[in-house]
Ligand binder design. Structure first.
Ligand code: HEC
Length: 133
């Protein structure tokens, strides 16, 4: 009788143990899948985003914009929350950086940046829009 009890205890622990193993295996698999998806998504424009971050730091943008707070112009995070990362938005916003303009966020105009090429402006926009949380 006692032996039977010990035996069923062992069985119980064994089941628990193996369940745990299965569980952590599943967790591991789920983690791997997530990792793969993130890599694929960011790989699309990762190089552009990195380049955009560098270009933005070399220009005068930070004089009127900050990452999280509205200054003369809107915060980059607010811009990112307003515009989804689509080709149309990237093109339109890159033109706005080059040509300047006002009316979207208020009456204060953004100065034009004719020295920034269109491909560079697109990289900058991709960096800004990647800041969406
Ligand atoms: C003189 C101040 C100033 C500077 C310098 C400046 N901005 Fe702006 N920016 C603004 C203002 C003001 C707005 C809002 C314009 C509006 O209401 O349409 C704006 C808007 C924007 C927008 C959103 C445009 C839209 O249509 O929604 C982006 C993107 C942007 N700026 C990026 C940049 C980048 C990149 C640089 C540097 C190359 C830069 N800005 C430099 C003042 C500035």
């Amino acid at each position: 009788m006692k032996l039977k009890f010990i035996f069923s205890c062992c069985l119980f622990i064994a089941v628990l143990g193996s369940n745990d193993a299965v569980f952590s295996q599943t967790k591991k698999t789920a983690k791997t899948v997530t990792k793969v998806t993130t890599t694929t998504r960011s790989a699309a424009g990762k190089k552009d985003i990195e380049a955009g971050k560098m270009l933005i730091s070399k220009s005068d943008c930070m004089g009127c914009h900050s990452l999280e707070n509205k200054m003369v112009g809107p915060a980059y995070i607010t811009i990112a929350q307003t515009y989804p990362m689509t080709d149309a938005n990237v093109t339109a916003l890159s033109q706005k950086i080059i040509n300047g303009g006002s009316g979207k966020w208020g009456q204060i105009p953004m100065t034009p940046h004719p020295g920034i090429t269109s491909p560079d402006a697109k990289k900058i926009v991709k960096y800004i829009l990647s800041l969406k949380k």
